[in-house]
Design a protein around this ligand. Sequence first.
Ligand code: SF4
Ligand code: SF4
Ligand code: FES
Length: 905
Amino acid sequence: MVKITVDGKVLEVDENNNLLEEILSAGEDLPYFCWHPSMGSVGSCRQCAVIEYANEEDQRGRLNMACMTAPREGARYSIEKAATFRAQAIESIMINHPHDCPVCEEGGECHLQDMTVMSGHNYRRYDGKKKTHTNQYLGPFIGHEMNRCITCYRCVRFYKDYAGGTDFGPQASHDNTYFGRWQEGALESEFSGNLAEVCPTGVFTDKPFSKHYVRKWDLQTAPSICAGCSVGCNTNPGERYGTLRRVVNRFNDEVNGYFLCDRGRFGTGYVNSDERITVSMTRTAHDANPVLAKTEDARAALQGMSGAIGIGSPRASMEANFALREKVGADKFYAGVASADLGMLKQVLDIYASRPVHVANIKDIENSDAVVILGEDVTNTAARISLALRQSVRNLGKEMARAMKFPDWQDAAIRQLTMDRKSPLFILSPHATRLDDIAAKVHIASAEDSARIGYAIATAIDGNAPGVTGLNKDEQALVKTIADALKNAKQPLIVSGTGSFSPALIDAAANIATALSTAEKKTNLALVVPEANSLGLALLMDGSDNALDQAMASGAKSAIVLENDLYRRAPSADVDAFINGLDNLAVLDSVKTQTGEAANLVLAAGTFAETSGTYVNYETRAQHFYSVFKPAEPIRSSVYWLSDSKLSEVTHACADSIANCAGMAGLTPGAGFMRVPRQQHRYSGRTAMRANISVHEPKQEQDEEGILSYSMEGMPPMKDSTVFNTAWAGGWNSNQSVFKFQTHTGEALKMAGHGHCLVSSNTTDKTYAPFGKSAAVKGDFQVFPLYHLFGSEELTAKTPAIQEKATGAYIAINAADAAKLGLQSSDGVTVVNNSEHNGSVPYIIRSSVKPGTVGVSIGLSGLNFRNLPGAIALEKAGSWSTPADWKAANIIVSDKTAANNGGNA
Ligand code: SF4
Ligand code: SF4
Ligand code: FES
């Protein structure tokens, strides 16, 4: 730390950070555009100018950009004395800006508006012609209004430098600079939505939000958790007039930092969609027509289902699952996932609890300096992790820069210094992935072979780890390379997960992490699981192995299914047989499903936006989400359909009675906490909103839990960010204001919790899983799953904007195998399982797919992956033209583009 003086005020600051970051962290205001806490400094916008004095005698000083200045011990700086320069700088920046704030979607939360006011530029002298640009179509997620650009370069620094996008960048000629794609078309990055948050003006807009736009201050918001995958990114969704309008990032330095993926940001349209169940229904028999049921009758029918079994869900909250478990009894509560899937979830929990490993959060992942990924396509199963992995490979560059006394925030300088050199990242996968471009080595192998290599890596690190035999020369060389890189790293990381359906692969990952751990330091391990509350569901199955298979074999005549489509979990024929054998099936869900269609009691459940509860993420981090708005009757939280208790009572009962769940109890402030308004103090139109119905203002909705109000009443988060539903501070209307709530710019929020990791290990004992070779599966082609960020997840796939980027089911096959099958480019293939035809789908050629293996899309409509065994046969089917949705999704059938295309092709 060093002492500096800023306009006479003495500050103690960290000399390893830049002056701008330290001035902001001290609570002072200093305008900036191009600097970003996660992206560092390039010094291009000239807004953060300060005067730096050489010594005590120096009265004149010289201009320096604070973001490019390292604070010096004893140095004197002035923000005030550089005010004229900053006003002139912004006047020149604003010359071509259209000043279209009244029609600009950024208006009211615009960084440019804030900085213009802060800089004191308030009169336009330039009356010449402004530059104008043609806007591009950038796909279903992002709108483009280039005239508003101030050439700060933040967009390209995020899209290309930070997120690895290759289809977008600056294009310049003379004094014209344009930020867009090389040609019109959908942005390919899985993180394109962050452009709307990093751009300080209204160039990039949230397109689905534009379709039902309201001013930001008119949104009702509450802190939430993304339900799109198991990462559990923190979000602030906004509602108006009973519809969910948009989702923005909520900063949590350990989970998602400043960024979300596009599934999380744009995948919530299902909340407002026609796919919603908005009424309760009964049906007297499986084939009878459903009739509407009054809420009290539907609830009574549910209450009356004594003796029913309960089938839970990894996409329902802890509280909803627990309420069902309480209703039916623990012995009749079944995890709503297949037995093999529950086994893998429990395996993950067991590893986290019993091995000397540290479960890696996003910050740990970003700080890793050698990584091995075993069989998990993280870009498509846990996208935010892949963005963090992209930052991990930069650690070698930072190391090199430190050796040359460059600070970490000197972004452009470090990139120039490093060029293509990267920290090692190894990928073992059955197909090319989106991270291949940053990998030191990609090894294409089946899950089984990757597991063998993983075991061998563990043995190479620690001779006590169980080994495997029969590796060929190339595999042995690979094992040595990876083991050496991991051993030489300061912070190695192992990433795997349940995506390959291979317990051996998960054990291999755990063995490597165990082998690397020392008494002083546990190795980072991240095991991705499928859904928002997959690990929470596994925790609830404490002492029970009751999975869906057991439920279907139980002979039950009556079942309650919670927020779950069983057809996505098990072979269709098995689910059909189970449902046909039931006398009574009740389904509580927010969206229409095949299971719901077969039910004789359907209860309308709230989505994450209309209910509160807890999800447990891939780290076992329990996080609470608050309802954003009250749904229209009869929609209600599944908890309230199933239980008479308040949500907080259910949370506490769950925390008290389920092993390892005690930490759930402290996630929310107690009832005595000051009320936080969901509506901002800038909220408008409250009295006018219903004027067409009555001029008398109705009573605001009440939140029974008492922490947030459905109104402007209460104390908004100002300095206290315990319940942080909106970032706003005086003079800072944009999302940049988050720094006012952070302990230090870019670091943890003041007072707000990070959630609570429920399972961790305190052992230093090294135990290893023995290698268990799985039985060979018979068939022409070994199957591996192909995940898609857009389409594989059940709920987000019901969102119109996501559907524009998704495709129907398909298979990916090697060219030689396609030739053997006699496939022409216009053919489809029929998937054959034990002589049974399981439907025909289009195929694509991927050179990375090994002969004898075939990738089958999972979760996409047209083919149920769960119907397939580990190996299948394929037959040529009649002619198929390239489906229109492939074109819309920008899919090009070649492996080069596959890697550039989110693994889509
Ligand atoms: S488009 Fe936005 S982020 Fe990109 S350079 Fe222009 S103002 Fe900056
Ligand atoms: S990474 Fe997962 S949790 Fe995070 S925004 Fe994307 S879908 Fe949501
Ligand atoms: S923020 Fe310092 S020059 Fe842009």
